[in-house]
Design a protein around this ligand. Structure first.
Ligand code: B12
Length: 449
């Protein structure tokens, strides 16, 4: 069969808080809009006869009168309710709807109530099969992926995105997945606790075509240390400024840290998760245990690399003093950017199963699975304390006074270019975002009693 051109509308839904209204500017700060690789790889996996249009509800409203032949929706857990709402509208108009992403993969029986078909896992192998069946009028409800061989990843077309709506379009991947078994992590579960690597020459080929600032959307770019060293060494001549995510064990290997810095690493997202050894053990975050966090930070700063730290609150042994203690550490260490999250049992994770079994999940409104709500019963605090305590910490960390202080301190080890282009915008971006979530107001109601 020589198929006709098929129009495919691929939607990224969002919550009412961030949804853009017709002819208005986005509500969410552009600092928090990047990657879009999930949708770009779906589009890249489509056969040639498919014309894809990507709509990101953060940036542009969905046209429910579209003439598209097929509707796709890409979503995680927090935007599942909106994804279902959109799907129901399109299906009531007779359109075929397919789903993909973390939530429909892990909650497939729930999701299929709202879709004609679901891509379970990655798109690259599944999408061609789905399209073949769609064209033959024989679309099946579920397509289970096998892990994709990254050697043959298709090239993405970043022109499908609205250029000025994103922090950068220069997002790419060298590796996918992670073999650690941290209880709360959906990424490792999604990738079946395996790491896969692209051949370095393919990474360089893609990197070459991107601008100076690049985001590597890897789950842990240094997990395979030999690979990371070879990659960083090969990247040095390209003169890029890159940012990624990795484990704090980057500080165990001086050569690796040095190569990261020399190849242009400007900042790393690192999951510190907790100062509590008990929480790290409970969550099976063994790679962080028995480490001197201040020393870790110092070493990374000495290499001229900034730190975006992830901290999680709500461990079983944690009481309300956890917020003050963590704040003291963050300010002393001069962590540049903080992501403070309430522990969240995402579907598909061991934590979800554990909490479900213990009957501790009291809120299954998926729109609350955004790190800004408490959805489970903590052990050593009440939900209100966990909620307001996290907000209190965010309010303190992102006070104007503390932002200015950390920027001044950062001038001793961090390039002015990076302070202007990364630290300042991220800090003020967070202030804006947290205010939209009412976190500053909420934080005032926290007290140690
Ligand atoms: C970049 C990113 C974002 C970006 C944009 C996401 C995007 N659409 O591009 C931004 C910054 C907006 C974002 C926000 C949030 N994020 Co986020 N994000 C990521 C991150 C780090 C990388 C995404 C990426 O580029 N992946 C690479 C691509 C290639 O992989 P992929 O997602 O697996 O895509 C494949 C399949 O899922 C499938 N697929 C996906 N969609 C579709 C659709 C169809 C039709 C088909 C057929 C297939 C298909 O095919 C793809 C290619 O193989 C992931 C972690 C991760 N490793 O994925 C977290 C992650 C997705 N985010 C997460 C969360 C929780 C959030 C937030 C809710 C909270 C937060 N972090 O602040 C917010 C909410 C935003 C808001 N408005 O409030 C969680 C989701 C967990 C869950 N089960 O819901 C993740 C997994 C990280 C984590 N902490 O565990 N995020």
């Amino acid at each position: 069969m020589n198929p006709k051109k098929v129009k495919f509308l691929l939607i990224n839904p969002t919550s009412p808080l961030w949804r853009v209204k017709a002819n208005q500017r986005p509500v969410n700060s552009g600092v928090f809009r990047f990657s879009m690789l999930p949708s770009l790889y779906v589009a890249a996996s489509m056969p040639d006869y498919v014309e894809t249009k990507i709509v990101d509800e953060d940036v542009e409203p969905v046209d429910f009168n579209t003439d598209a032949d097929l509707i796709g929706i890409s979503f995680m857990t927090f935007n599942a309710p909106r994804a279902y709402e959109i799907a129901d509208i399109f299906r009531s108009k007779g359109k075929t709807v397919i789903f993909g992403g973390y939530h429909p993969t892990f909650m497939s029986e729930e999701a299929i109530q709202h879709a004609d078909s679901i891509c379970l896992g990655e798109a690259e192998n599944n999408v061609p099969r789905m399209m073949e069946d769609f064209m033959a009028g024989n679309l099946k409800p579920f397509y289970q992926n096998e892990l994709v061989d990254l050697e043959n990843l298709p090239a993405v077309d970043r022109n499908l995105l609205k250029n000025n709506a994103y922090l950068t379009l220069n997002a790419m991947q060298a590796t996918r997945g992670c073999y650690h078994h941290c209880e709360f992590c959906s990424v490792a579960a999604f990738n079946r606790y395996k790491i896969r690597k692209r051949p370095i020459e393919k990474v360089l080929e893609e990197l070459k075509g991107l601008g100076r600032y690049v985001l590597f959307m890897d789950d842990n770019i240094i997990l395979d240390k030999a690979y990371a060293k070879a990659l960083f060494k090969a990247m040095i001549p390209y003169n890029k400024r890159w940012f990624s995510q990795c484990g704090m064990d980057i500080t165990d290997d001086d050569e690796l840290l040095d190569l990261a810095a020399r190849s242009g690493c400007g900042g790393l997202f690192i999951g510190f998760e907790s100062l509590s050894q008990d929480s790290l053990s409970d969550w099976k975050k063994h790679c962080n245990r028995k480490r001197n966090y201040l020393e870790v930070v110092k070493k990374i700063h000495q290499a001229g690399i900034g730190i975006f730290a992830g901290f999680v609150f709500g461990g079983d042994n944690e009481g309300p003093d956890v917020f003050r203690n963590t704040l003291d550490f963050l300010l002393e260490a001069n962590i540049e950017v903080l992501q403070a999250t309430r522990l969240t049992p995402f579907p598909g994770t061991p934590l979800f199963e554990k909490m479900k079994k213990g009957k501790r999940i009291f809120d299954t409104d998926w729109s609350h699975y955004d790190f800004f709500h408490v959805v489970f019963q903590p052990n050593n605090m009440n939900p209100e304390e966990l909620h307001t305590g996290t907000a209190w910490l965010q309010k303190q960390f992102y006070s104007n006074k503390n932002i200015i202080r950390r920027i001044l301190k950062a001038t001793h080890y961090y390039k002015p270019e990076l302070i202007m282009r990364v630290v300042a915008p991220m800090n003020f971006g967070y202030r804006h975002k947290l205010k939209a979530y009412n976190a500053f107001q909420l934080g005032t109601s926290f007290s140690y009693g």
